[in-house]
Design a protein around this ligand. Structure first.
Ligand code: AMP
Length: 287
């Protein structure tokens, strides 16, 4: 496994792979890897000749009041995990490599970024679109892998790839959970033992909402209320949002007659966690 800290190094390595006719899969991450990330890497490993994992805590997607300074990192453990999972190259740049002095160009998006996490994190998706565009230009992958855990991010990136004509296949991968249901997240490490227990209301709320949808409930308000009630009984939990949106537009809907995303963001103490489920009402199958 190779590691590169500069854009130039990545370009040289990938150029050589392309000359040899090898396909390249990219897994963008902010590090502190867990099985959610490793699942993306294994999928990329299966579908490409070469796998690049980027590990970069992207400052432009954090607001000043967020957890950029305390975001967890463990380079040695991440490098070992990447190697075991079959990574060929880790791209691990310094912020100054990605955003040198004088950097002023950003990729932004309308509509899709104005709901859900975009409301409570106003600069977040501009930062995500900018860094993912940069990674796409630097690595020039054939495929890029993203988790459904960040469902809005996945929708935003799919849209960006379409709108800006990136010749890249975006592959979405299912949410990986702890045995008790909590969606795996690098931020789970912030939780005290008591908060870790309290955080179960997120997945309980998601599972309850999904059950109602599977039983044929088509009134979004009924599902939202049932989901809220589960979270509200937990004193350590504070709801940021519980919303149901059209899967393609991310706009709120009241009647569940098309593919939708039910998404929640909840503070457990000071830690903001997210979870979701996607559903295709016609036929009742998951999407
Ligand atoms: P992050 O390091 O949090 O920016 O996440 C990097 C990628 O891993 C994103 O595409 C996330 O959606 C994905 N990811 C994070 N947690 C999970 C999870 N529990 N299940 C599936 N994918 C995940």
């Amino acid at each position: 496994m190779k590691t590169a800290e500069t854009i130039q190094q990545v370009r040289e390595i990938v150029k050589q792979w392309h000359r040899e006719g090898l396909s390249v899969g990219l897994v963008p991450t902010m590090g502190y890897l867990h099985e959610g990330h490793l699942n993306l890497i294994s999928r990329a490993r299966k579908e490409n000749d070469r796998v690049v994992v980027s590990i970069f805590i992207n400052p432009t997607q954090f607001s000043p009041n967020e957890d950029l300074a305390s975001y967890p990192c463990d380079w040695d453990r991440d490098a070992a995990s990447c190697e075991t999972a079959g990574t060929d190259l880790i791209f691990h740049p310094e912020p100054s490599e990605m955003y040198p002095e004088g950097f002023v160009s950003f990729v932004d998006m309308d509509v899709l970024t104005k709901e859900l996490c975009g409301l409570s994190r106003p600069v977040h998706f501009r930062g995500v679109c900018t860094v993912v565009s940069k990674l796409f230009h630097i690595v020039q992958p054939d495929r890029a892998y993203f988790g459904e855990k960040d469902a809005q991010q996945l929708a935003v990136i799919r849209r960006m790839v379409q709108d800006l004509n990136f010749d890249i296949e975006v592959v979405g991968c299912p949410i990986v959970r702890e045995a008790d249901g909590l969606a795996k997240s690098s931020r789970n490490t912030y939780l005290s033992a008591e908060e870790r227990q309290a955080a179960l209301v997120l997945s309980q709320s998601i599972f309850a909402g999904k059950r109602l949808a599977q039983q044929g409930e088509t009134d979004a308000e009924v599902i939202r209320q049932a989901m809220r009630q589960i979270i509200e009984v937990e004193p350590l939990a504070k709801i940021d949002y519980v919303k149901i949106v059209d899967l393609s537009t991310m706009q709120q809907i009241d009647v569940l007659d098309r593919p939708f995303l039910a998404a929640i963001a909840v503070y457990i103490g000071k830690t903001r966690l997210i979870d979701n489920f996607m559903f295709q009402p016609t036929g009742g199958a998951n999407v």
